[in-house]
Write a protein that binds this ligand. Structure first.
Ligand code: KG4
Ligand code: ZN
Length: 332
């Protein structure tokens, strides 16, 4: 039963074709256009999705070797995300599903990041603890069933990816900053500058990243332009390490609180090498199974939306014609 999934919650126009847990194609067209603005401009993202969504869907079908007539279900991200961007994907999904009276599955984006772990190869089954860190969210999810998750702790201010992007921008790197910051950090000494690991004494499972960003602003101001230029790699390494250390510390705290047989990661920041290594060491020490999906399933993609849709109630035609997208909050 081939399923077509569409994801347009931020700046990536994504489409995928799945057959059960098997990904037949997973196409991501990233809008390089936002780099010049140093971040995503919502209206620009929506207009770009309008132009890209049809060719990206066609490409996903062609790569899967599946015709549109063979698709039996359409899944789409309903939220959370940029509302204008979501509406483009939702409208496209309705337009594809309605003529053939196909079921439509409105899917939660965060559920998608968790559900990337249910895809082939080597899918993981609940229960497990999932650290989800992206540009819009940072949370610890207790996953006890495939259809949803419980939020055990979350960021009180910026998301980890948001802090990374802001830090990268301060260091003169482009958007999105994660990959560029990671690569610059390999040339630096993480101990050269002292960055605070926020919430380390806080007994809860919440995160905070805004103070870290402020401390980088002050460091850069104190060093001056030439000082920043001379120490860019050290600043990148120290800043990245403080983010990774906080994520790892809260994961350890969650494992101390409750015994979980397995750990998984999700979201764009889960593509970060130092974070993957740190979590690997934690799980090895505790003899807990670790599931790490490939980098293409960490950052936004439609295969993860198709995966979540397999465990979400579909809507029948014509009920979904009225269905709306949501920018914030949860619908699970
Ligand atoms: O999950 P995602 O693609 O989109 C959202 O749902 O937000 O996450 C994007 C975020 C960006 O902030 C980006 O800088 C970050 O993930 N990111 C990384 C890496 N690759 C992407 N952060 C650290 N290291 C990376 N290698
Ligand atoms: Zn995401």
């Amino acid at each position: 039963m081939p399923l077509l999934a569409i994801e347009t919650s931020c700046d990536d126009t994504c489409a995928a074709v799945l057959e059960g847990p098997e990904v037949l194609s997973n196409v991501v067209s990233s809008q390089g256009i936002h780099d010049r603005f140093g971040g995503v401009v919502p209206e620009v993202a929506s207009r770009q999705h309008l132009g890209l969504v049809a060719p990206v869907v066609e490409d996903a079908l062609a790569r899967a070797g599946v015709t549109i007539g063979e698709i039996e279900q359409v899944a789409v991200t309903a939220g959370p995300g940029l509302i204008g961007a979501l509406l483009v994907g939702l409208s496209a999904a309705k337009a594809i599903a309605a003529p053939g009276r196909l079921p439509l599955v409105p899917t939660d984006h965060l559920h998608g990041h968790v559900a990337a772990n249910f895809l082939d190869p080597e899918p993981i089954a609940p229960p497990f603890l999932c650290l989800l860190a992206s540009g819009g969210h940072t949370l610890l999810a207790g996953v006890r069933e495939r259809s949803g998750f419980e939020v055990l702790g979350q960021t009180l201010d910026d998301a980890a990816g948001e802090a990374i992007d802001k830090g990268a921008r301060l260091l003169g790197l482009g958007y999105p900053g994660g990959p560029a910051l990671e690569s610059l950090a390999t040339k630096g000494d993480p101990g050269a500058f002292d960055f605070p690991v926020a919430m380390s004494r806080d007994p809860g499972l919440d995160f905070s990243f805004s103070g870290l960003k402020t401390s980088l602003v002050y460091r850069c101001r104190d060093l001056g332009e030439s000082g920043v230029e001379a120490h860019r790699a050290d600043l990148a390494a120290g800043f990245q390490a403080a983010i990774v250390d906080q994520l790892a510390a809260k994961l350890v705290r969650a494992l101390d609180r409750e015994s979980w047989p397995a750990v998984a990661l999700g979201g764009g920041v889960a593509a970060n090498g130092p974070l993957r290594r740190s979590v690997t060491a934690i799980c090895e020490e505790r003899e807990v199974r670790l599931k790490l999906v490939g980098l293409d399933l960490c950052t936004d993609n439609a295969a993860m939306i198709g995966s979540a849709a397999r465990f979400t109630e579909p809507l029948r035609y014509p009920d979904y014609l009225e269905f709306n997208a949501f920018a914030t909050g949860e619908r699970r």
